[in-house]
Design a protein around this ligand. Structure first.
Ligand code: PBG
Length: 332
């Protein structure tokens, strides 16, 4: 349908912008705490939290404090929390065995959150990088990030997370065939109600820099992730990846990073009409925080504007480190 506009002055498009009341009536997108998924970093210890230098306002928390943070998030109306472990150096090995250990940091955090705050949905990260000595999301054999062997490990990792009580499995590794393999294993083991939110269109992005600091992977990563994450120049390929993951059993899909890839979000929503999420990644967060700290931007306004942009682009929700702060503003 082509929009019609009467000739001036019959149409004055400023009429519906004249007051807050009129603007509220014609607003096309809304943002609520229910649109937010909060990524949190877990570290060892008890009663411990430390700031992540490249992500001002973001903490690495011990398991007990992550559970407390989950309580605060739920009370703010945030429906889901996503766990990323800051793994000790001795737990990073070539065989990545800690990735599927039932008592690794992530799995302990899942259990602690589900104990303390059963109503919040816990999302996980499925990829080998926190446990891999070389920082890659898959096994490295003679310089190659091998696909099929990695998928077997990812299945074990996802099953351990489901056992621990995860509600949403989040494969972020970009291996081929992992959604189908994880879905089959979940069904076979009786985890019929565990959702998969696939990082389907995940780009090889320099915007992940501060995250790799936060999880201690910056120094570890040898080479780049270009043989498995997507080329930022591509768009049609994102649709193929999304369709493939949906056919393999993904319940929800993600585009990552967020703001530089809003065109992809829109295409995905228009093409498939499935629950679509974007990840406002660490570098996007750091840019806004840094500019605000310098007095160059109004941090709060830019935060809210960046979040509504995801809704306007067709996303159902967004993973964002701003989640508690944004929820507080939305609830006040
Ligand atoms: C790794 C993973 C990354 C992020 C989430 N999971 C980084 C990477 O692929 O190197 C990035 C999140 C962010 O930058 O906020 N599996």
């Amino acid at each position: 349908m082509k929009p019609t506009v009467a000739p001036f002055p019959a149409a004055r498009l400023r009429r519906t912008r004249v007051s807050p009341a009129l603007r509220a009536l014609v607003r096309e997108s809304t943002l609520s705490p229910a649109d937010l998924i909060w990524p949190v970093f877990v570290r060892a210890g008890r009663g411990e939290q430390e700031p992540v230098p490249s992500m001002p306002g973001v903490m690495r928390r011990s398991v007990d404090l992550v559970a407390r943070a989950a309580r605060e998030a739920a009370d703010l109306g945030i429906p889901a929390i996503c766990i990323f472990p800051y793994t000790a150096l001795e737990d990073r090995t070539e065989d990545c065995a800690m990735a599927w250990d039932p008592d690794n940091l992530s799995n302990r955090a899942i259990r602690a959150i589900k104990d303390a705050v059963p109503e919040i949905a816990v999302m996980t990260d499925v990829a080998l990088d926190p446990y891999n000595i070389n920082g890659h999301d898959g096994f490295v054999v003679e310089g190659e990030i091998v696909n099929d062997e990695t998928v077997e490990a990812l299945v074990r990792m996802a099953l351990a997370q489901a056992e621990a009580g995860a509600d949403i499995i989040g494969p972020s590794d970009m291996m081929d065939g992992r959604i189908g393999a994880i879905r089959r294993a979940l069904e076979a083991e009786g985890h019929r109600n565990v959702s998969i939110l696939s990082y389907s269109a995940k780009y090889a992005s320099a915007f992940y820099g501060p995250f790799r600091d936060a999880v201690g992977a910056s120094g570890a990563l040898s080479g780049d992730k270009n043989t498995y994450q997507m080329d930022p120049a591509n768009s049609d390929e994102a649709l193929r990846l999304i369709e493939r993951d949906l056919n393999e059993g993904a319940d929800m899909v993600m585009v990552k990073p967020g703001m530089p890839y809003l065109d992809i979000c829109r295409r995905v929503k228009d093409a498939f009409g499935v629950p679509t999420f974007a990840y406002q990644v660490s570098g996007e967060y750091a840019m806004i925080r840094a500019a605000a700290a310098n007095g160059w931007l109004d941090g709060e306004k830019v935060m809210m504007e960046s979040l509504i942009a995801f809704k306007r682009a067709g996303c159902n929700g967004v993973l964002t480190y701003f989640a508690p702060e944004a929820a507080r503003i939305l609830g006040s």
